[in-house]
Design a binder for this molecule. Structure first.
Ligand code: FAD
Ligand code: MG
Length: 294
């Protein structure tokens, strides 16, 4: 079946894009496997008018509103393969079913790869986080740990004292130089050089020497990778971000392949629901206009 646009990934970015195209009365399909990045968290923060709402509820509400547009078809499932060129894209589902479109929007999101510390993954989105703007306030003023993964963890360690007394767990991830020490000192950060054995309890850090440090929450920086390899299959170029690769896009969210647009976490260095929705709305309007321009 042929569409003007297929949106792959029907979460915040994909749905925001789809809304613009649906409202332009174009024929589109949204294909979504339903594995949102924030599925580990029960509250989403920082998205205007939805602060503190369950992220599943935000997504469900958006989907309900999209269902009112008869020119939009929603398909649940995983796209296994995408190929083709402007005006002639083909998308193949895991069961072999094929769909065609003139334009593609990749709103695939990213997957987080957490540092390998026992007990960390179980607490991801509950008391272990990556974004202080999303989850810092609820920690009630701390105390807070930052688990280092490398020199880029300096960023989190320098930010977090605004949310509570901060301990930087170096965990042998890197060695601080003098300038870095001075910077952390100026922010009042406590340094802990003993390696971390495991996380236990709510957010307790068990150290290799047997000490146990108690925190309200732990921040760390996962590596991120696109949630599926479709963009690579299609030949879209990636940028190398400090936390992992993301899709290169122009000012109107078009990728390096003509007719393929990308939005949300998969197409930025760091993401949030607000940014995903903003990017998606922009990509949706841009895709619609590209259908007219030829
Ligand atoms: P996603 O929401 O990740 O959605 C991508 C969608 O694409 C998924 O449904 C997936 O199944 C689908 N998909 C991927 N590949 C395919 C395929 N091949 N076929 C079909 N479908 C596919 N942000 C905030 O603003 N506030 C918060 O409080 C907040 N808390 C967070 C807590 C945690 C623990 C984490 C990890 C993130 C949090 N974030 C928060 C960030 C937020 O989750 C992301 O920025 C946001 O989900 C990005 O939206 P997206 O639409 O780009 O991608
Ligand atoms: Mg999306």
């Amino acid at each position: 079946m042929s569409h003007d646009v297929i949106v792959i990934g029907g979460s915040y970015a994909g749905m925001a894009a789809a809304l613009q195209i649906a409202r332009a009365r174009r024929k589109l399909m949204v294909i979504d496997a339903g594995v949102r990045r924030n599925r580990f968290a029960s509250h989403s923060h920082g998205f205007l008018s939805q602060d503190g709402v369950d992220p599943t509820e935000i997504a469900a509400n958006a989907r309900l509103q999209l269902a009112a547009y008869p020119n939009l078809r929603w398909l649940e499932g995983q796209v296994a393969r995408a190929e083709g060129e402007r005006d002639r894209f083909k998308v193949t589902m895991e069961d072999g079913e094929e769909h065609h479109a003139r334009r593609l929007i990749l709103a695939l999101g990213v997957s987080d790869i957490l540092p390998e510390v026992a007990g960390l993954l179980d607490r991801w989105g509950k008391t272990v986080f990556h974004c202080p703007y999303c989850h810092g306030y609820e920690l009630g003023g701390g105390p807070i740990a930052v688990l280092a993964v490398g020199p880029l963890s300096m960023h989190q360690a320098s930010l977090l004292p605004d949310w509570g007394p901060t301990t930087f767990l170096l965990n042998d991830a890197f060695t601080l130089d003098e300038a870095q020490r001075t910077r952390l000192d100026a922010r009042g950060v406590t340094l802990e050089t003993t390696a971390v054995s495991r996380i236990s309890g709510k957010a307790n850090v068990e150290l290799a020497d047997g000490r146990v440090l108690t925190f309200a929450g732990i921040f760390t920086a996962p590596r991120m990778q696109p949630s599926s390899p479709l963009a690579a299959q299609l030949g879209c170029a990636h940028e190398d971000g400090p936390l992992g690769p993301f899709l290169r896009t122009g000012p109107m969210k078009e990728t390096t392949v003509s007719g393929i647009f990308a939005c949300g976490d998969v197409a930025r260095q760091a993401g949030s629901v607000s940014w995903a929705v903003g990017d998606g709305a922009l990509a949706g309007a841009a895709v619609h206009q590209s259908l007219i321009e030829q």
